[in-house]
Write a new protein. Sequence first.
Length: 278
Amino acid sequence: MATKLSDLLLGAFPDLRYQPTSKRVRAGIDGSPVVDTEEALLVWEPKRVTPVYAVPENDLLARLEPPSAEADGGSADEYPVRLMADTPPALDPRTGFRRHTAEGEELDVVASAFHVPRAAFRLSDPDLEGYVVLDFGAFHWLEDHEEIIGHPRDPFHRVDIRATLRRIEVKLDGVTLADTVGAQLLYETMLPVRYYIPSGDVRLDLLEASPHRTVCPYKGEARYWSYPESARGRNIAWAYDSRFIDARQIHGLVCFFNERADVYVDGEPQGHRVTPWS
């Protein structure tokens, strides 16, 4: 019987997962180094969608200490989401590092120049012995000599961009917000097709700039617009900056959440997929 690969990936969400990476991984805080290693692992705790780095304790340039009294507390809130309508809940990346779903020991990361409470987690799994997971958000990260933002890139997650000459229309409450035959289609693992549209083909005069910002480790930092005339229009559209050459085909282009906006391709409605942004 044939196996659908996405079912394998989704079926592993309840498990503790890891994958070695051959990249040189470095982390620091305020200019002080924390780790420099060529033996890092990518680790997904159970129910986690995105990975974090686990590094050999021998490659740490700081000490690990039991949590100090002032390290008590901190956010362990979780944000369960469904990647698709028929999948079990997973943990949104907004879920803080301290919401651990595997057995292990919390630790402080300490050096003469800094003290980061509960920023390390020593997992109890024997396959990960000698490694410690670090809080991605607590440090500044590099792979080789490239900055990594948001979270480490998942080697099983792809982003492909293809040009199209098909007519793409975006409407909300019957109002046309974009109409183009020059879109770029972005295909991303387990997400709906995204339609990136030249700004000249978008009714930016109907949209309002939003202070909202997000980061994507594959595409960069996004700024947003809202359509104030609709209850569904808050932060409905975005565009990425140009920091990553991998995403240069969409630099300066505008995309709409097709979970909420009505997208038509050559006149055919595309429907509304259920995702964390529905």
